[in-house]
Design a protein around this ligand. Structure first.
Ligand code: 2HA
Ligand code: ZN
Length: 276
């Protein structure tokens, strides 16, 4: 039997925690990560699970992911500590048959609870799984400084953010041709922000939380982490350019250039975001 700590799923999960910490995206207990396990992940590890902890109601319900298992970060836990003590800082949850409760089947030792953003993660998993034919498995929330800084100077719309980011780094139209969503400032950790994020995630695989951070998703750890990294890098370039130019940009990649980059890599740019 594979131990949970030694499994590829947990090792990939911990690597995102450590790398995000190293990049400065996870001050204190900031940020959270969830991974929807595959049937074979669960099969390999079932012997290491225990089923004696109580069912806990969630603040949201979605039956489409009933019975699924998630690796999650713990509420109040620090990303930098995940590698040293996975069972104390991370856990595996089983979702109940109605999609409205979970129980901890591994980890989150000594009374720890899943991330305060689990409701948001759960609804986003449901909507991204539906949008991608079940491919999306990773949901990642971090607090990178530059994308947050842009939420103080750009209009809080998907069009403004997507275009500004696309224009800032040639890589962007090929990495996120569909653009990024934006959720206005809200109190984190509750059903209101969960529902707003779910709605944005129905269209976008990345969603900016104003004055707070960024959510990214993807089929695996590399793509969700890479999307976070690419968006934050583009935001950093935008912030640097706006600072150096005292708010003025002399030139940017033209809209037609954005289209051509996406097309060169077999993607279609989300044109509706260029029309606004
Ligand atoms: O502290 O990032 O959004 C965890 C968070 C809440
Ligand atoms: Zn946060």
């Amino acid at each position: 039997m594979t131990s949970v700590e030694a499994s590829p799923a947990l090792r990939g999960f911990v690597r995102v925690c450590s790398d995000g910490w190293s990049l400065g995206w996870h001050e204190r207990n900031g940020g959270n990560l969830t991974y929807r396990m595959t049937a074979s992940d669960v099969e390999d590890l079932r012997g290491a699970f225990s089923f004696d902890r109580p069912w806990v109601p969630m603040g949201v319900r979605d039956g489409s992911l009933a019975g699924e298992h998630f690796i999650v970060t713990g509420s109040g836990k620090y990303m930098r500590n995940a590698a040293d003590d996975p069972a104390g800082n991370l856990g595996v949850l089983e979702i109940g048959p109605e999609g409205d409760r979970y129980r901890i089947v591994w980890g989150l030792e000594n009374g720890a609870r899943p991330t305060s953003e689990f409701d948001s993660h759960y609804l986003c998993h449901a909507v991204r799984a539906a949008a991608t034919g079940g491919k999306t498995r990773v949901m990642y929330h971090a607090h990178p400084a530059n994308i947050v800084a842009l939420t103080f100077v750009l209009p809080l719309t998907a069009a403004a953010f997507s275009r500004a980011l696309w224009q800032s780094e040639t890589e962007c139209p090929m990495v996120f041709p569909n653009g990024v969503g934006v959720v206005e400032w809200m109190v984190p950790g509750g059903p209101e922000i969960a529902e707003a994020t779910r709605q944005a995630m129905a269209q976008y695989d990345a969603v900016v939380w104003a004055h707070h951070g960024l959510f990214t998703s993807g089929p695996d750890f590399d793509s969700a982490f890479g999307l976070m990294h690419t968006i934050e890098k583009a935001a950093q370039i935008r912030v640097l350019a706006l600072s150096a130019g005292q708010g003025q940009l002399r030139q940017v990649i033209p809209d037609d250039g954005l289209r051509r980059v996406a097309e060169a890599y077999g993607h279609q740019l989300n044109e509706s975001l260029l029309r606004e």
